[in-house]
Design a protein around this ligand. Sequence first.
Ligand code: CO
Length: 161
Amino acid sequence: MAYREIFTVGDPVLRKNCRKVEKFDERLGTLLDDMAQTMNQADGVGLAAPQVGILRRVVVIDAGEGLVELVNPEILDKEGSQEDMEGCLSVPGQFGIVERAQRVKVRAQDRKGEPFEMEASDLFARAVQHELDHLDGVLFIDRAARMLTPEELDKYQQDEQ
Ligand code: CO
């Protein structure tokens, strides 16, 4: 496993549409392993392949319920709404208030190509929607109702400590 460089906002790779995975080979497994390590090391809740410069529909999420790998994910259903603060490893030091669905139903494939469906709610659902946006070149800053001010950011960081 290896840590991969995380591309940040301004890099065109974050604005591209990702292609579907067609080959479920060793290379995909390595990508997924590296993405999980990179996400953990960067202390993130999720990571999408374009953030490490790979334009494929691959996402890893760990919202506190264990590692989830989603290949070619699609949202089948959305329900309710939640409004909360969101950040992104590709947009360092910035946070915004983003409205998302409260619950989502997702269809995806695992690293072997086996299809499965799952449901997510709350933070997990927020992470799913955020990461899937990355696959279409969309960042949370595009969706934020507003960004946190430097003062709010300071306060938030103090509260965290
Ligand atoms: Co992100």
